[in-house]
Design a protein around this ligand. Sequence first.
Ligand SMILES: Nc1ncnc2c1ncn2[C@@H]1O[C@H](COP(=O)(O)OP(=O)(O)O)[C@@H](O)[C@H]1O
Ligand SMILES: Cc1cn([C@H]2C[C@H](O)[C@@H](COP(=O)(O)OP(=O)(O)O)O2)c(=O)[nH]c1=O
Length: 681
Amino acid sequence: MPASLPTPAAPAQDATRSVLAIPAFRKLWNSMVFSSLGDWLGLLATTALAAQLSGGSYATANFAIAGVFIARLLPAVFLGPIAGVIADRFDRRKLMVTADIFRAGLYISIPIVNTYFWLYAAMILVECLTLFWSPAKEATVPNLVGKDKLESANQASLLAAYGTAPVAAILFSLLTLFASAIESLFPFSIGTSVDIALYANAATFAFAAFTIWGLKEIPKGAAAEKAKDENIWKSLHDGWKSVSETKLIRGLVVGMIGAFSAAGAVIGLARTFVGDLGGGDAAYGVLFGAVFTGLAIGIAFGPKIFAQFSRRRLFGASLTTAGIFLVLLALIPNLVLAVFTVIFLGAFSGITWVTGFTMLGMEVADEVRGRTFAFVQSLIRITLVAVLAIAPAVAAAFGVHTYKIQNATFNFNGAQVTILIAGLIASIIGAISYHQMKDRPSVSLWSDIANALKGELGGITGAPTTGVFIAFEGGEGTGKSTQSKLLKEWLEARGENVVLSREPGGTDLGQGLRKILLGHETGVISPRAEALLYAADRAHHVFSIIRPALAEGKVVITDRYFDSSIAYQGAGRVLAPGEVARISRWATESLFPTLTIVIDLPAEIGIGRLHNPDRLEAEPLAFHERVRQEFLQLARLDPERYLVVDGKQTIQEIHAAIIARVGELPALNKTDKPAKKIFKR
Ligand SMILES: Nc1ncnc2c1ncn2[C@@H]1O[C@H](COP(=O)(O)OP(=O)(O)O)[C@@H](O)[C@H]1O
Ligand SMILES: Cc1cn([C@H]2C[C@H](O)[C@@H](COP(=O)(O)OP(=O)(O)O)O2)c(=O)[nH]c1=O
């Protein structure tokens, strides 16, 4: 046991709050909130303006709106990496202030010049300025908050960037609704609601410039840190090479591209779609706000609501559901229902997005993670540009159609048709990635949902564990100790640093608990007390041995882990297995093994191998048979994380089966081995 125990991480919510307690960061954050708010308002206003400038032509309006989005995305594709490098050469504070002043000026100029050409030119220039502003901001944050708070600072920044979208959408709708009232407040004409939104946007940038100018805490001089962005084409090429090798990651990437294509189609077509349903700019604002509200709900609550559900299944299932809502959106010709549909659409897209990114983080080996993320991000940007360019073309090609059925007439226009197609594509891609992930092929989706709703058991699947953590499970005398030692030797021969431990009794405290739990002198323990004592042993074991060893990059093998509690205290002692699992989940702070090896043997053979049965081993055969069945059931819940071996084989045969599976663990295959092995599963 280490002399000093590692300090547990601080709870997350407090971290976000405390990072905002740093005055300098709070000022910067305030300015980010305002400029993001302005930026979203500007996006809504410029797309609305593009539609206005089109003079009522359906095709022109579609293309004009797409033009605004493309103008905003293109600079990042071509200029992103260069901008980062250039930004690093300038004084950060001055660079940020200058960029903000110019952005304010550009937004004011859009309604004044009021032409297509200047609308696009100004958007491109604004984006270019943002490309210089962002790396300067990124480099500044660590100076203001310190390394340990970086992650919560990033969360706070994300909140500022995306949390402001629905607020901006509401503001935009209100502006449009009360435009004439607002205008009457001014002695001179200030233009349409769109113009007002653009001026408001300029004001937020001016405010940001003012705030940052006053932030003397920002160190003088150029940013020391190098820009992270690599060349987009190079990252695409490198990323594709690694991604194309694993089926699972390929499925993930394809699915995420599908999700973003669908989202792109909705964003690009939203204004004309709203127009088709008889809505104006105010309705556009509401619909836009609804998408982002849904997204936020999905991202914030989805993982919690579906915590019991296998992530691999959740990804494909939520993408398909999002696709179905898209189809509904296209088919329901009613603005109010569309707003509700869009909230669900946003929520399921949000769930797809978080599960996708979490899984990418989990499944991709450390050495190539950065590259893979860069690849996915580049691919998403390019997909968005492509979809935003293609979707309106499809919509324009379909044009406006009016159908008459008996007395009723209704319209089915290009935007709806395109959204319908996008929805179908998203559903199909979702279904494909659901099957690609091949998660628990023997368990039906419905029994999985039922499990998830019932309680904890479904939750033992798919959670992230970095490093290699292997648990041996099985009944009495199945050969766990024998095999765990053999595996340790095999791994050490391959140059791994291995910690072999066991439960109960892997720690000093655990030794004491083990005596109580297994000694005959203890007598009968109430089943709940027994479950808690095993959980106490486990909590301390994870805290003082397993986590520290994993953190040091060691391979950890444990002879028994929480499946034993589920099987023995759950199925054996007849407590609810889900409740026992919850106690273990709490005790281990959700540390799940990378691989659980169940050695399966009829109870009477295993018991027959033992000489002096302990308190639990002395239980009747029926008890042990229930335990055995529970292990097998757990393995069936998540076949990808379990290996079941037949314990009737010889010691050598069992060992061979184990090393064949362990040898394929992605995290074991570091870069010194042939590259092909990195993703092999
Ligand atoms: N595959 C096997 N076939 C026959 N005997 C075995 C096998 N594996 C282990 N044994 C023997 O069975 C006994 C129990 O093995 P052990 O590894 O201690 O099991 P566990 O840790 O699961 O209780 C030991 O005497 C061991 O030598
Ligand atoms: C880890 C754990 C073990 N146990 C039981 C199973 C075993 O009977 C006993 C551990 O004994 P041990 O001698 O370590 O196991 P084995 O005989 O397989 O080598 O504790 C539980 O009931 N719940 C648990 O959570």
